[in-house]
Design a protein around this ligand. Structure first.
Ligand code: SF4
Ligand code: SF4
Length: 411
């Protein structure tokens, strides 16, 4: 049996949980905070205690005290968490400068959940079935993507754009979801770039960034992936790498340097950081606007917001698009409701992912916005699936559009 190697490293965080329950029940309208754990809420009656952070921490305490063992059943429960990080935000919020508690300000909940996942994998109780398939596809030399598609398929769209070079200072990392599932958004990106005259390059040797393996806790192939991807982009003369996927962005910008123990040899940007520079330099010329303003609401992807603190730049991008009025959802920025797809939930527990997503769509509807936008293909995919299960008129009432497509529709 595993010796809980990784969880033991987090023991201080686990035992710092004082059981206040804010991560399950705190509602503080005065500071814009409404409920915390999407999994607990989506589970309804069944979602009592064990599905939100306090219950999770109690189980982890029991594991560390040797009262319960790791098991397959435990793994089934552990992975029903989207690692959205909302529990960390509310827990830290309970800090009061006048009350000195040696606790919440340094519990990194997602790091704790990740540690247990790694122990479950080492002990052989994970990956769960569907997660195992994704990792196998990602490692397979003929695929190198978690969707199990042929490797070359990811680069088919590039044939339409001979202007994309195969090396250069500004390199685009396509990732897997957009080129394999939302290729029209890449066409929109190229439309924007054409207007600006910016040249980008791509390499057909990029592999999946490995985000899925990281979130599942399966570290086996990560060293190879990281080494391969960094070497490949270095070889191409990269000075700035940008990506349109929130998951790839977190992996490149946070996980790679942490795992390597040093900074990357080039800058990493999310596409919204790249777009804001173009917009600030007036390099994107928009069509003249007529008629009423479109009301748009923005969904913060967890991997962009809470995980990477990128809240304002996507909003600044939206504010620069003519004919648009941004209306916030009740839960936004640090308190944004997760789309439900992250942490491996979408693949292993699709119904749970959809329930969470439907709640986010209902919240978007409440704003009266015409468009729900975001900047992550993984969120878009899950929200799109949830739309299909909701009343048909909802799709009429509020359209789901990636921020890139929104810009492209205005030029
Ligand atoms: S808010 Fe923090 S300290 Fe309170 S129960 Fe949740 S994890 Fe524990
Ligand atoms: S990370 Fe998100 S889904 Fe997981 S326990 Fe915390 S609030 Fe719930």
């Amino acid at each position: 049996m595993s010796n809980l190697k990784y969880l033991k490293e987090e023991w201080k965080a686990v035992f710092s949980c004082m059981g206040c329950g804010d991560c399950g029940y705190a509602i503080r309208p005065a500071v814009g905070r409404y409920l915390t754990c999407p999994v607990k809420e989506a589970k309804g009656e069944e979602g009592f205690e064990i599905y939100f952070a306090r219950g999770r921490m109690n189980v982890l305490k029991s594991l560390l005290e040797g009262k319960i063992p790791l098991s397959k059943e435990l793994a089934e429960w552990v992975y029903q968490c989207s690692e959205c990080g909302n529990c960390a935000e509310v827990c830290h919020m309970s800090q009061n400068p006048y009350i000195v508690l040696p606790t919440c300000n340094w519990i990194d909940h997602v790091k704790v959940w990740d540690a247990l996942r790694k122990d479950l994998v080492e002990a052989g109780f994970a990956p769960l079935d569907k997660h195992g398939d994704l990792i196998e596809f990602m490692d397979n030399d003929k695929k190198k993507n978690p969707y199990g598609e042929e490797r070359n398929l990811k680069f088919e769209w590039i044939k339409e754009f001979p202007e994309i070079k195969d090396q250069g200072e500004l390199m685009f990392f396509g990732g897997c979801t957009m080129p394999l599932r939302q290729v029209d958004t890449l066409r929109s990106m190229m439309k924007i770039l054409k207007v600006t005259g910016k040249e980008i390059a791509m390499t057909k040797e990029e592999w999946c960034c490995g985000s899925i393996a990281l979130r599942i806790g399966d570290k086996k192939s990560l060293t190879d992936i990281i080494k391969h991807n960094i070497t490949e982009f270095e070889k191409k003369g990269t000075k700035t790498l940008f990506t349109a996927c929130a998951g790839c962005y977190r992996t490149w910008k946070k996980d790679y340097p942490e795992l390597l123990g040093k900074a990357l040899p080039f800058k990493v940007k999310h596409i919204t950081e790249f777009l804001i520079d173009l917009l600030n330099n007036n390099e994107i010329l928009f069509k003249a606007e007529e008629g009423e303003k479109l009301k748009v609401t923005y969904h913060d992807p967890c991997h962009l917001g809470r995980h990477m603190d990128l809240y304002e730049i996507p909003r600044e991008v939206l504010s620069k698009i003519p004919g648009i009025e941004l209306i916030e959802m009740k839960r936004n920025r640090k308190n944004a409701w997760c789309c439900g797809a992250g942490g491996g939930v979408k693949s292993q527990f699709p119904d749970l992912a959809l329930e969470i997503s439907k709640e986010r769509i209902r919240e978007a509807l409440e704003t009266g916005a015409d468009i729900l936008t975001t900047s992550c293909p993984f969120c878009i995919g899950n929200l799109k699936d949830a739309y299909k299960e909701m009343a048909p008129d909802i799709q009429e009432k509020i359209k789901l559009i990636d921020i890139i497509d929104l810009i492209a529709s205005k030029i």
